[in-house]
Structures are given as C-alpha cells and as structure tokens.
Design a protein around this ligand. Structure first.
Ligand SMILES: Nc1nc2c(ncn2[C@@H]2O[C@H](COP(=O)(O)OP(=O)(O)O)[C@@H](O)[C@H]2O)c(=O)[nH]1
Ligand SMILES: [Mg+2]
Ligand SMILES: [Zn+2]
Length: 358
C-alpha cells in the first residue's frame, strides 16, 4: 500500500472496485461525491480508503440511529466531496453477518464484499469435518468463495488423509495442506491474494491464522497498515484499521467479529453445503419429515444402507436447526419492533389529540 500521507491513494481497482459497484452510481452521484472503501467503523464516523488516500467520514444521522451497525468493514460507500459526509451505502457483492452478542438476536454485519473466506484448520486434533461444514455454510450463504487451509502439515505423517476427508464433504472447494511458517506458503495462496482481492481468515484459536498472516505479510517486508498518527492540525488520530493491505495487493479484513464467527440464518448456505443430503431427503415420504424416525424417511433408509455417513447427517440436522432458529428469532425480533413501533405511534397520536382537544 501507498503511504497515507501522499495525495494519491490506491486506484479504485486496487481497492477492489468492480463493475457491480460502478453500475450503482449515476453521473450525478459521481459529481456529488466519490466512492470509498470502509476500513474501520466507529460510533459516528468511519475511516475509508479511496483514490485520494484516506479520510475520516461522518455517518449520516439515519445510520447513527442504528448504532452505525449497518455499515461494516469492506463496504463501499459514496462520500460527499468537500464535506466528507457519507451519502450512501452501495449494495454489497457479499456479506458475512452473525448474530450479535447479547440476547437480542440482531444480525450484525461483519465483513462486506469479501471475495474469499480462508477457512483454517490443522492436520491434528483440531481437524473436524462438522466445523468445516459450519464455516462452509457461512461462506456459501454469504456468496463468498471458501478455501480450506489445513495447517501444520509439517507436523503430521500424511496430510493427504485429511485432504481426502475434506474432499468428501466439500467436493468443489479448494483445499490445501501446508506449513503456515513455510517459505512456499505465499506462493501457494497467491491465487486468492491478487490485487484488489478481499479475504478473511476464520478458524479456531491456535490453528495458525496469525502465523499465516505473518508469513504472508513478512514475505514482502510489509508492516501493517493498521496505525496512523497524523493530521496537520495536531489532532491525534490513531486508527485501528480492520482492512489491512497485503503484499500482492489483496486486502485482509480482520475484525473481532470475524474471529468469533457464530452462525446466523445461513439456511441457503447449509442447503448448498449439504446438497447431497438434501437430494436424498427429497425422497422422504413427508415433506416436513424430521429425518429422526419418521415413517418413510429416505435419509434413515440411506443411513441403514450405508449410503451416507451418520456424522454428516447429524451435522446437517444440527446446522439446519441452528440456522432456522436464527432466522426465526431474527424474524420475531423484527415483528416485535414493528409491533412496539405501532404502539408507540398510537400513544403519540392519542396524546396529540388530547392536547388539541384541551
Ligand atoms: N509447525 C507448525 N506450527 C504452526 C503452524 N501453524 C501454526 N503453528 C504454530 O501454532 C501456534 C498457534 O498459531 P497462531 O497463528 O497463533 O494461531 P491462531 O490462534 O489461529 O492465530 C503457534 O505457535 C504457531 O507457530 C504450522 O503450519 N506448522
Ligand atoms: Mg491469532
Ligand atoms: Zn426424512
């Protein structure tokens, strides 16, 4: 990445700009403002990168009411020229969201416009197909390409055993066994780390995510683009960026939310990951078959014939249930909010009438 202090920043295409976003802007839009990519989100402001360098941008009031939750790292926004106010959020090519911490079941965007989700596991006790299926569901639901990285290949006898298992649950997904500390690692990941590509790492703690980032980053003598302290007027701005420039021109989205990814309403992702299971289940006698002892259950029959793995069916049912619960609680919350919104308005109307009547 270029310096933050010069007049010129990276080009739009280096920032990940695509025709998909350009199509959303009219000539008037481009006269009023310029596109910028969100590097970090604060309470009432966002830090962005754009062709001119970087900027601190004011969020519009409509977003503030939302706790600025609706803009997230990786987003493209239109920023007003001259005022540095955000005018508009552009439609996302992809979005990873999770259920927000706490009990409100609110969906919280975590990373927008990712191209690749690098799912990290190790060739050791961390290796767990059901966990991989969980991350795959998140990626496919978000319209992000998953790539599976199996670290610590140098510590195990035969990494192919792990790769073979992965191939059975993720037929069309790239999977690579590697040593996260290895010299050849940057080259092996290069296909997903080209200019303007946006990636994020997920995986349990200890599997080698930080090691991978270090290996990839140090390979080009690139320190982090995470901190800046500047401003001619002496205002101290320390900006912890969550959009980190990688050698080769890719962007790493690294947020706390990314590190503790919990599954949201990713039903279509679950369907995509388990298309083989769903194909079998479509032959169940009852459309609402629970696949847990119902009469005429095609999944149970396939299990008995040994045509499908019990672990995979169990994993499918579990993820499907979780995703459905997430969808239901989110829906209920929205309905509750609408209900209270109406109640509130009714009370206000009543009070106004009483005032006028007096
Ligand atoms: N030998 C070897 N050690 C690794 C590999 N990947 C990670 N480690 C080690 O595993 C430990 C945890 O890695 P870390 O990157 O902190 O995991 P994170 O929690 O996913 O960020 C560190 O001591 C790493 O050096 C690998 O591929 N080979
Ligand atoms: Mg780490
Ligand atoms: Zn069934």
């Amino acid at each position: 990445m270029t310096s933050n202090h010069g007049a010129a920043g990276p080009s739009l295409s280096q920032l990940g700009w695509r025709p998909f976003y350009a199509q959303q802007l009219t000539l008037q839009d481009l006269e009023a403002g310029f596109p910028a990519r969100v590097a970090s989100v604060h309470r009432s402001r966002i830090d962005v990168l754009h062709e001119g360098g970087d900027a601190s941008v004011t969020l519009p009031g409509s977003l503030l009411a939302d706790g600025s939750a609706s803009v997230t790292v990786g987003d493209w926004v239109l920023v007003e020229s001259g005022t540095d106010r955000m005018l508009r959020l552009l439609e996302r090519a992809s979005l990873i969201a999770r259920i927000a911490a706490g009990s409100q079941h609110e969906m919280q965007p975590i990373a927008a416009n990712l191209d690749t989700l690098l799912i990290v596991s190790s060739c050791n006790a961390d290796f767990n197909l059901s966990r991989l299926e969980r991350y795959l569901s998140v990626a496919l639901d978000a319209r992000v390409e998953p790539v599976i990285l199996l670290t610590k290949a140098d510590l195990c006898d035969d990494p192919r055993e792990y790769l073979d298992q992965v191939a059975q649950v993720a037929r069309n997904v790239a999977a690579i066994a590697l040593n996260a500390l290895g010299d050849e690692t940057p080259k092996r990941l290069a296909p997903w780390l080209g200019a303007g590509q946006s990636v994020a790492f997920v995986g349990s703690s200890g599997v080698g995510k930080s090691t991978l980032v270090n290996t990839l980053t140090l390979s080009a003598q690139q320190a982090t683009a995470g901190i800046r302290e500047d401003d001619a007027r002496g205002r101290h701005t320390t900006t912890a960026r969550n959009l980190i420039a990688m050698p080769g021109g890719a962007w790493l989205i690294d947020t706390p939310g990314m590190r503790e990814l919990k599954i949201g309403a990713v039903e279509s992702g679950v369907s995509a990951v388990f298309d083989d299971v769903e194909a079998l289940a479509s032959a169940c006698r009852y459309r609402d078959c629970s696949h847990e002892g119902d009469e005429g259950c095609a999944l149970q029959a396939a299990l008995e014939r040994g045509e499908i793995d019990e672990r995979r069916v169990t994993s499918y049912l579990k993820l499907q249930r979780e995703a459905a619960n997430a969808a239901r609680t989110t829906r209920e919350r929205r309905e509750r909010e609408r209900f209270f919104g109406r109640q509130y308005k009714a009370v206000q109307d009543q009070q106004r009438k009483e005032k006028q009547g007096r």
